[in-house]
Write a protein that binds this ligand. Sequence first.
Ligand code: FES
Length: 102
Amino acid sequence: KAADFKPGIVKIIAEQNVRVVCGDQGVAAMSLVCTHLGCVVDGTETGFKCPCHGSVFDDKGNVVGGPAPRGLMWLSVSQAADGSLVVDKGNEVPEGQFFKLA
Ligand code: FES
């Protein structure tokens, strides 16, 4: 529910391997699937680390080390008619793109 997402909230939706972040600018979602061979990354103090081959990402998903060829994917967020937020894992958006809540 959109009402659950106040600025400052970070939610990991583990069953979908997605992290949702809520800031003053709205809501953004990022995939937690490593862009190397598809393992799920773990959170670290500074971002994320892949347990499979050691790729390291910063808190925005940019690659800072390891074999990953590119950063973690930012995903489209929209709002359904019932007010629920919807993350479309098949629709990548540019890094830093937030969905503005109505
Ligand atoms: Fe993540 Fe290989 S799958 S580093």
